[in-house]
Ligand binder design. Structure first.
Ligand SMILES: [Mg+2]
Length: 252
């Protein structure tokens, strides 16, 4: 393989629920042994990079928090470039930590920005308040557009579905940060200090990983270890550079 840097998705690529995907673990650990740059890109804004890294370490990955990029980091990086700092927040510790780290003030009214991340304690009142703040002039920023989550108990609302509800009530479109948006890939390239032709995205989901890579003009590897099948992928106009059963295909 010719790449100097690899972006990996997490769920369906590095692990499946609580189970490690050994072909990915072996591949990632070999890349790290060879000093090739590795970065996991996750849309999930609820966990901190440190928590994600510990989870991966428990599964046998030789990574640390420097190998993790969350949509929360991309969001705070985007906000840090603006002068707006008063935020009405829907979200959990991952996004909270990143926003407070850059000096944002989390407010209950008169916000400059409404930021939406995954929140398992979301209430009707919070949704109403978020919409009211936007109608009063706050900008709407969302960590990602994923419509659903696959949990141990089945399908659940994703951050994109929650954001769409707020968009509908406030008649305002959100600015999205995670895959398939370019912002998370740009953040990744900056972090790895590489160019587009030097990296590849490994993913199991067309709508986030493969479409995102294609729109950003980087190569991609689709693996059949997650949510979609080879047959489903073949029906889309934007095809991955490689389409493999799992990452053992690249073992020399
Ligand atoms: Mg996935």
């Amino acid at each position: 393989m010719k790449y100097k840097g690899y972006f990996f998705d997490l769920d369906g690529v590095a692990y499946q629920g609580s189970q490690v995907i050994p072909t990915c673990r072996d591949f990632v650990n070999r890349l790290i042994d060879e000093d090739i740059k590795v970065c996991f890109l996750t849309n999930n804004s609820s966990r901190t990079p440190d928590t994600v890294a510990h989870h991966l370490q428990d599964l046998g990955y030789h990574v640390n928090e420097e190998n993790i990029i969350t949509s929360s980091q991309v969001t705070s990086n985007y906000i840090a470039k603006q002068s707006k700092r008063k935020i009405y927040l829907i979200g959990m510790s991952g996004i909270y930590q990143e926003l407070t780290k850059i000096g944002c003030e989390i407010v209950s009214e008169n916000a400059d920005l409404v930021v939406v991340g995954l929140d398992f304690h979301l209430t009707y009142d919070k949704l109403a308040k978020a919409a009211q703040e936007i109608i009063k002039g706050a900008e709407l920023i969302s960590t990602n557009s994923d419509l659903m989550l696959i949990t141990n108990n089945g399908i659940a609302p994703g951050n994109g579905s929650i954001t769409q509800l707020i968009e509908t009530i406030s008649k305002t479109k959100a600015i999205y940060m995670g895959k398939p948006e370019a912002k998370i890939f740009e953040f990744g390239l900056d972090k790895l200090n590489l160019t587009k032709d030097e990296v590849v995205m490994v993913g199991d989901n067309y709508y986030t990983d493969i479409l995102g890579a294609s729109q950003f003009n980087i190569d991609s590897i689709f693996v059949e270890t997650g949510v979609m099948t080879r047959e489903e992928i073949l029906q889309f106009p934007n095809q991955p550079t490689y389409l493999v059963k799992d990452l053992s295909y690249f073992n020399r």
